[in-house]
Design a protein. Structure first.
Lengths: 153, 153
DNA sequence: TCTGAAACGCACTGCCC
DNA sequence: GGGCAGTGCGTTTCAGA
């Protein structure tokens, strides 16, 4: 399962926080030269441990201050209906995350919006247009207490 | 509110997908030279539109296959109790996200785990140890339908 | 697996339009 | 606002231990 030693884990921890850190800086922190750091990073990328490098954008500054979580349950649970629902959700740009859940509700959606009015329009004219939706329940984030893309290791 | 023209937005879209794209590559895509791209990126960083650059790590490969959403409601809603709860949550490494929510439940937590057994231990020996927790309700992601750090613009 | 050195390309600066 | 040229630095490669 894990082909990672402590050096690899430290590199992952650092790059999860700041992917602009240079191989040289990381090398200094670990008392190594750039070559091994470079090779380890390349290995972590090619083996899939690092999926990608991204810029994290401030949602408030680009006028997407509303974060909603939307619980959805389907009316029919035939495989074809579920597939259809999932395919339509994937193509909605407002939906940042969607999970098929265990328990009473089928799906949990994280949705970014400019305003509650736009959220209303989204629910009414986009989500509700998707066939087979039974229950639909929305809650809103009042404040972000913690939000990171980092995984602990 | 928005000091972004279409060029800026395109740059943000690109860097949200792949922050390793060079200014040269972006310049070619936009039929510009590197100088304006470089300056725009620096501006986007200094103005806070780009919060940071991070590596996205594969949670399965580092043995964190379980994603749980945990709904928490507090017993007392005094300001001091809420502050205390939030401060304790921030320091839990297993908690990747925590939002103060509108509606019946107070907080929504996203939690990464190695196994359901570890999740049990986490709930029992860490979360429940936090004072003032009333309702505590967990659901698990069976499958990720969609998950991106990108915001649309 | 690490060190060290060499080659290349990009980030970054300054000056031009 | 964008283009062009130069410098330093980081990335990338490779020989050797």
């Amino acid at each position: 399962m894990e082909g990672l030693d402590n050096t690899d884990k430290t590199i992952l921890r650092i790059l999860q926080r700041d992917s602009k850190k240079t191989a040289k800086e990381i090398a200094n922190l670990l008392n190594l030269t750039v070559s091994p750091i470079y090779e380890r990073i390349k290995r972590l990328e090619s083996k899939g441990y690092i999926k990608k490098y991204v810029a994290i954008v401030n949602n408030k500054l680009i006028d997407l201050p509303i974060t909603a979580y939307c619980q959805v349950s389907l009316k029919s649970h035939d495989e074809s209906f579920i597939d259809k629902f999932e395919n339509q959700i994937i193509n909605l740009k407002e939906v940042q995350e969607c999970y098929h859940m265990a328990g009473q509700i089928d799906f949990l959606l994280k949705i970014n919006m400019r305003s509650l009015e736009e959220y209303h329009d989204f629910i009414r004219y986009k989500l509700s247009k998707i066939d087979n939706i039974g229950i639909l329940n929305s809650t809103f984030s009042l404040k972000v207490i913690k939000h990171t893309s980092e995984l602990y290791l």
